[in-house]
Each structure stands twice: as structure tokens, then as C-alpha cells.
Design a protein around this ligand. Structure first.
Ligand code: GLY
Ligand code: MN
Length: 472
């Protein structure tokens, strides 16, 4: 008989560090399968990220009881029944699981409620809300505490949220390797999509090339891929347009590796393989904002300073192409840039593509108000960079018909935005519009600078032009 695999040391050390910070027993849940339509048809299972952080990949319906008083961990997993084996195949025995996870005991998930009084001994019990609402409901009943996955800062007890956020904020070496591995596969997928782009294809045909690379590496999408000539729709879920010569294709896609870590990469390229003069001018503005932000990264810089820097470069560049007018400081103070750049400059990256989303209150030194001297475009987070943080930098410019045609925005920002010129862009490509340009890289903050994990993915216009359609 072969010996069970040994637990990865990183999981053991994380659990030790967590146990040392707990004041009460903690019950963590992996989450269960979530029905997609009929009860027996589920979405692909993906464990909660905090569970993945401490235990690694697991089957649905697992839980872990962590006891700070004796540093013991009781793990719960579903019963091994012939019926379960019939549908999902054999699973490791509880004894194998105990050894491979490095926990003190493995008990039946089905008997969880019966074990809690014995394990808890009347002490207060803590837990966390997770995306699977049925499991969260179970956590509420067991702990007697209100908690909500969707409400920022309400996922669980504040001290616990702070402990988890602080542990997950700066990445350990093996986490950086996991993210880098997802990045390598993501870059290969983007290259495949770029090389298979030509006018006449449908977006979903290009998407198939990207997905094939993920599948070939046993990865899933870390989030629903955005692949659209309507890139001005920020999270465009549709992939049904036929590609036309003058259009720009925006692809925002990232692989999720086997341990749950994500990449999040965006490139924008011309369907024809050649940027129009207008597209190239705006592309270069976005590229400059991307590069300037990367150059500014070092420990001690606050995220709002990167937002401010990107906004300044974008505002100056858009004034240069005639879409904005006035002094840069006035444009930024007015909020007019948000007509073309209506989102934050980036977000943390890790087990979640928007890593630690929902933990902002536990992380932020102050609530993410506007960057200095700026009317608010939204800051996704506002924290000071530290060595080991991995995050995205993703400036973009979007020619959004509903914003450019908005009487309200025209009234508010007519002094700074050349709406007439913007209207010309919206009418380009036979009235289909200009679209949007986003350039997103994944960056690690080192002691001195940014290491661009996505550096191998071309972003210079000439490099892109050489690749588009090269496989066809
Ligand atoms: N990848 C999509 C986003 O960052 O919102
Ligand atoms: Mn992103």
C-alpha cells in the first residue's frame, strides 16, 4: 500500500499561525455544490478561498473545527457511502485524509451538529459567511451569529476578518509561484486568441481558442472571460458579435490553477491586425498610464497615489487627442475623467481574482475615499503597498455611448469633455462604435520595485500587430 501524500508545509504553518491568533474556536466551511438548475445539476465546485488557504483543494461539504485551546483540528468530510462512490467515484478514506491533511481527526460531515457541543464545550463559536448561502445558513445556526457574504465587513467577527486579511495580504513564495503558473497559462491563452483573431469570426470562436489552452492545462476560468468588440461594456458577458475589420477586441481573461490561484490579464488588439490612427493614439495613452503606474510601485506607495497617477496620465493623453480640455488638475478635480475611465486602477490578486474583496474594512487604513485632488472615480481599495502584495494595474479608456450621450454628464462636464468629438468616436465603424481599451498587468511588489508577472504578454502596438491573425 502506498503511503498517503504528506500535507504541504505551507498549510500546516498557516494553521499554526491562525490558531495562535484565535480567541474562540473557529468552524471553517469549504461550501457545497450549488445547483445550476435542477437540484442534481450543479455548477463546478470551488471551495471557499479561506478554506483553500488553510487546507488546499478538497471535495464539497467539508468543514474544519480549529480549537485554539489545545491547537487541535477536527476535519469533517462526507460519509463514504456506496451511493456517493457510484456517482462521484471513490474518495480517500478518513484515515488517509487525516494523514494527507495533517489534522487530528476526520469526522462525518453529516454528524457535524452532533459533534459541536462536545468540541466546543459551551464556548462561543465563530465562523465565516461564504458564497454558498446554504452553508452560510448552517454556520449562522451553529454559531448563533449574524453574518453575510455580500455585505462588506459582515462576513464574520471583525478580529477574525483582520487576522485572515493580514495573513492573506502579502503572498508567500509558493503563492507567488501558484499565481505565476496561472499567469503563464493565461499568457499562452491570450496569445492563442490573438493569433486566431481575424475579421468575419464570431467572438465565441476566438474564445474557444482561449478556453482550449485553459483546458489543456487543467485550469478553469478564474472569472467569466470578457472577450468582446464591445469592450466599453466593462464586464461584458456576451460573446456573440461577428468581428469586423475596424474594431478593437478587448480580452480580459485569467486562468485559475489547481490550488485556486488566479491570474487576471487584459489586452486589447485590432481585429484587422492594424491599429487605426485614432485607436493607436488612445492605446498609447492607456499604455503610458499602465507603464507609469508600474514604474511607481514600491513599498510605502498608497493605492490612491497610483489611481491619481493613472488618472493624470489618462487626462493629459485625452486632452492631447482632443477628447478632454482644460488644466489637468481641474479635469481631475471635476470628475470629468470618469466619463472615459469609470473604474479603479486595480485590485489585489490571489485566491480570489479580486482578492480579499469583502475584507476592505479589515485592510484599509481609511475608507477608500477619492484619491487626493480628485472627484471620485471609485477606488477599489486604498491600502499602502507592501513587499509581497500581488495586484493588478488596469487603466482603460472607454467610449461609452450611454455616457457620451448622457444629458446629465454633458451638463456636469461640458466644460472639460469634448462631447462632440466623443460623439464622433461613438459613430465610428459604421456606427458600431470605438469600443474600449484596457491594458491590465499582474504585478508583485518587491522591496524596491514592481515585478511584472505578466511581462511576457506583448503590449507594444507593433508586437501586437505582428501577432494578430498569425495562426490563420
Ligand atoms: N477581470 C475583471 C476585473 O478585474 O474586474
Ligand atoms: Mn482585473
Amino acid at each position: 500500500m502506498t503511503a498517503p501524500p504528506q500535507p504541504k508545509p505551507c498549510y500546516l504553518s498557516r494553521r499554526r499561525r491562525l490558531l495562535a491568533q484565535l480567541h474562540h474556536p473557529l468552524l471553517l466551511f469549504s461550501g457545497g455544490e450549488v445547483p445550476r438548475n435542477a437540484p442534481s445539476t450543479a455548477y463546478p465546485f470551488r471551495a471557499d478561498s479561506n478554506f483553500l488557504y488553510f487546507f488546499g483543494p478538497c471535495e464539497p461539504d467539508c468543514a474544519a473545527f480549529l480549537d485554539p485551546d489545545n491547537a487541535r483540528i477536527s476535519f469533517f468530510a462526507p460519509q463514504r457511502t456506496p451511493q456517493n462512490t457510484l456517482w462521484t467515484g471513490p474518495q480517500p478514506s478518513f484515515e488517509t485524509l487525516k494523514q494527507s491533511l495533517g489534522v487530528d481527526e476526520v469526522l462525518e460531515w453529516e454528524g457535524l451538529e452532533g459533534h459541536i457541543p462536545r468540541l466546543g464545550g459551551g464556548r462561543p463559536l465563530e465562523s465565516l459567511a461564504i458564497a454558498d448561502e446554504r452553508t452560510t445558513q448552517r454556520a449562522r445556526k451553529l454559531t448563533g451569529q449574524e453574518m453575510s457574504f455580500g455585505k462588506p465587513g459582515r462576513r464574520g467577527p471583525p478580529a477574525l476578518l483582520r487576522a485572515l486579511a493580514n495573513m492573506r495580504l502579502c503572498k508567500e513564495a509558493d503563492e507567488i509561484e501558484e499565481i505565476s503558473s496561472a499567469v503563464r497559462i493565461t499568457q499562452e491563452a491570450h496569445l492563442a486568441a490573438m493569433r486566431h483573431t481575424r475579421p468575419g469570426l464570431f467572438e465565441y470562436e476566438v474564445y474557444a481558442h482561449l478556453l482550449a489552452v485553459f483546458a489543456r492545462h487543467a485550469c478553469q476560468e478564474a472569472y467569466s472571460t470578457i472577450l468582446s468588440v464591445r469592450g466599453e461594456v466593462l464586464h461584458n458577458p456576451h460573446r456573440g458579435n461577428r468581428l469586423e475589420g475596424g474594431e478593437l477586441l478587448l480580452v480580459d481573461a485569467g486562468a485559475e490553477g489547481p490550488h485556486g490561484y488566479a491570474a487576471d490579464l487584459t489586452r486589447t488588439w485590432p481585429v484587422s491586425g492594424k491599429f487605426s490612427a485614432e485607436a493607436k493614439a488612445i492605446y498609447e495613452v492607456v499604455l503610458l498610464a499602465n507603464q507609469r503606474c508600474i514604474e511607481a510601485v514600491r513599498p510605502g506607495i498608497r493605492f490612491r497615489a497610483l489611481q491619481r497617477l493613472a488618472s493624470q496620465v489618462l487626462a493629459e493623453g485625452l486632452a492631447g487627442v482632443g477628447l478632454l480640455r482644460g488644466r489637468t488638475e481641474d479635469i481631475l478635480a471635476s470628475g470629468a475623467l470618469s466619463v472615459f475611465f469609470p473604474h479603479g486602477i486595480g485590485h489585489l490578486l490571489g485566491l480570489d481574482v479580486h482578492d480579499l474583496e469583502g475584507f476592505e474594512e479589515a485592510l484599509s487604513e481609511a475608507s477608500p475615499g477619492p484619491a487626493e485632488g480628485m472627484a471620485p472615480p471609485p477606488l477599489r481599495m486604498d491600502i499602502t503597498l507592501k513587499e509581497g502584495m500581488v495586484f493588478t494595474l488596469e487603466p482603460g479608456i472607454y467610449l461609452i455611448p450611454s455616457r457620451i450621450g448622457s444629458a446629465e454628464l454633458q451638463k456636469s462636464f461640458g466644460e472639460f469633455v469634448n462631447f462632440e468629438e466623443a460623439g464622433r468616436y461613438v459613430q465610428m465603424n459604421g456606427g458600431r462604435g470605438f469600443g474600449g481599451i484596457r491594458i491590465e498587468d499582474n504585478v508583485l511588489c518587491t522591496p524596491t520595485h514592481a515585478e511584472v508577472l505578466t511581462a511576457a504578454m506583448p503590449k507594444q502596438p507593433a508586437e501586437i500587430e505582428a501577432l494578430v491573425g498569425a495562426a490563420l
